[in-house]
Write a protein that binds this ligand. Structure first.
Ligand code: NAP
Ligand code: G4F
Length: 340
């Protein structure tokens, strides 16, 4: 019998990469998505897997939809990736962010407790929960949390609730504290994709500038394709636990810009950047740098894609996509959204 997995957030970045590896491992994959008048499957199409997923409709904010899905599917594994995942907009949408990221997880855990307590559950926790907290510049599973945005606060609730269900009901509830991970299908509003897309536009003569906020932030950026493997490994262990997932390298946004521009032959990148205060945040997380020794030792997980390779991969993918659209005469420039 095929193992079954339900992935929430299936049409997001991680949902698509995770579905790809689970399908390759022989799973039957259910993908929870919201109802749209015009559904878009760009990410699963990009990875060539749309036809292999069984899509199911639901919404993390609608408890009855979660209860009914769990009652009818009773999957072997649930990967809860659905979220309002953009930190910048969480100051403008704090209620919605909390409803999806906190209450949605409570609905899911409760549904599992009632109808499928044997299901193994993965919660997508985040390095944002640390805020600016660190020891000697590094974050580990022991670093105290100090969330700095409505997003991070909403995720801290669901992180602790996941632990609480494990401790209260002896359910298999694991949580991955993942540091930033990117890919060619990263959402356009995140800084890495904004840069790779902007650089591709500039290289092809379609734009003259990229408008950004704080260039001095540092992130421990990895490749999403590597990180979803860690999610799966967490659910294959005998006991549920929490694991920090990172590359162990940290870079500034300036480093990302320099490599991305150099890759298309531009050295004097500063002249293409406009600092726009609208993209600065009310409270910033200045530097994230994770120590993932526990995951490396217990899960045998190691990230494969290095930072420079990741930047080049993203720029190449955006250049290729834009060239394709231009050849098809379907190009229309994407205006920078006015959110931080
Ligand atoms: P993403 O691309 O933004 O995907 C999030 C998904 O959640 C989207 O498919 C979205 O669908 C879905 N979603 C939002 N609200 C929903 C609702 N009410 N009901 C059902 N689905 C809903 O995010 P990602 O980068 O793949 O991240 C996956 C998860 O990992 C998120 O929980 C994120 O917070 C967490 N995380 C990400 C990173 C990272 O660096 N990528 C690091 C740490 C943790 P719609 O298209 O319908 O909005
Ligand atoms: O790319 P970002 O928006 O990612 P952020 O805030 O680190 O959050 C991402 O990673 C988290 C894990 O640590 C996830 F939980 C979360 O869901 C998401 O995937 O911003 C990165 C940095 C920030 O310091 C931001 O202030 O880039 C800075 N930045 C500077 N200019 C910008 C911009 N960020 C965005 N999005 N847009 C800018 O123009």
């Amino acid at each position: 019998m095929k193992k079954t997995a339900l992935i929430t957030g299936i049409i997001g970045q991680d949902g698509a990469y995770l579905a790809k590896i689970l399908l390759a491992k022989g799973y039957h994959v259910y993908g929870l998505m919201r109802r749209y008048a015009t559904p878009q499957f760009n990410n699963t199409d990009y990875l060539g897997i749309t036809k292999d997923i069984e899509f199911v409709f639901g919404d993390m904010t609608d408890e009855s939809s979660i209860l009914n899905l769990i009652k009818s599917l009773r999957p072997d594994e649930v990967y809860n990736l659905a979220a309002q995942s953009f930190v910048g907009i969480s100051w403008d949408l704090p209620k919605m962010t909390t409803e999806v990221n906190s209450l949605g997880v409570m609905y899911m855990l409760n549904a599992l407790k009632l109808f499928s307590p044997q299901t193994k559950f993965y919660q997508a926790s985040t390095s944002e929960m640390f805020g600016n907290s660190h020891k000697d510049g590094l974050q580990t599973e022991q670093t105290p949390f100090h969330p700095r945005s409505p997003y991070a606060i909403s995720k801290l609730y669901s992180h602790w609730l996941t632990i609480n269900y494990r401790e209260s009901y002896n359910m298999f509830c694991a949580s991955g504290i993942l540091f930033n991970h990117e890919s060619p299908i990263r959402g356009m509003e995140f800084v890495t994709r904004k840069i790779s897309h902007g650089v591709a536009q500039i290289a092809l003569g379609l734009a003259q500038e990229i408008r950004l906020g704080n260039l001095d932030s540092k992130r421990d950026w990895g490749f999403a394709g590597d990180y979803v493997e860690a999610m799966w490994l967490m659910l294959q262990q005998e006991k549920a636990d929490d694991y920090l997932i990172s590359t162990g390298e940290t870079h500034s946004i300036r480093d990302f810009l320099q490599i991305a521009f150099a890759h298309v032959g531009i050295q004097d990148w500063e002249k293409y950047i406009t600092i726009d205060p609208r993209f600065k945040r009310p409270a910033e997380v200045f530097a994230l740098h994770g120590k993932s020794d526990k995951a490396r030792e217990k899960l045998g997980w190691v990230p494969k894609v290095k930072f420079e390779e990741l930047v080049k991969m993203m720029v190449d993918a955006d250049v290729a996509r834009l060239k394709h659209k231009m050849a098809d005469k379907k190009y229309s420039s994407v205006k920078t959204p006015v959110v931080s």
